[in-house]
Write a new protein. Structure first.
Length: 120
């Protein structure tokens, strides 16, 4: 069974999570057989390691980490591979993959451009 970890930065402000929760609901509505969790690098729970345990306990045999970042900054280049390795070490039979940051997808950039050009 496929597990999805939607990885965002995190914030001390609880209201900051709302769009990420809505995104998770939209992703899972399009992939009803998948399991999904939002995870955060800082200031917000759950961490990727905790969420991976939850997904494995629910039957995930593979996890894709999707970085919700527009560019491949430090977190994507350094923190993310380390997190993936920690998950792999804790769950050796689990297949763990990392998607490109969402900003690498033309569809995402097109959606943002469309939003920026909305009628006034």
């Amino acid at each position: 069974m496929k597990g999805i970890l939607l990885l965002a930065h995190g914030s001390r402000d609880p209201a900051w999570r709302a769009p990420f929760e809505r995104l998770r609901e939209k992703v899972l509505a399009r992939q009803p057989a998948a399991l999904g969790e939002n995870v955060y690098l800082e200031h917000t729970e759950p961490t990727a390691a905790v969420a991976a345990i939850r997904l494995v306990d629910r039957g995930a045999t593979a996890i894709e980490i999707i970085p919700l970042f527009l560019g491949p900054g430090w977190h994507v280049r350094s923190d993310l591979p380390r997190l993936a390795d920690e998950i792999r070490s804790a769950h050796p039979s689990l297949i763990v993959s990392i998607a490109a940051p969402i900003g690498d997808a033309d569809a995402v950039l097109d959606a943002i451009a469309g939003y920026c050009l909305r009628p006034e």
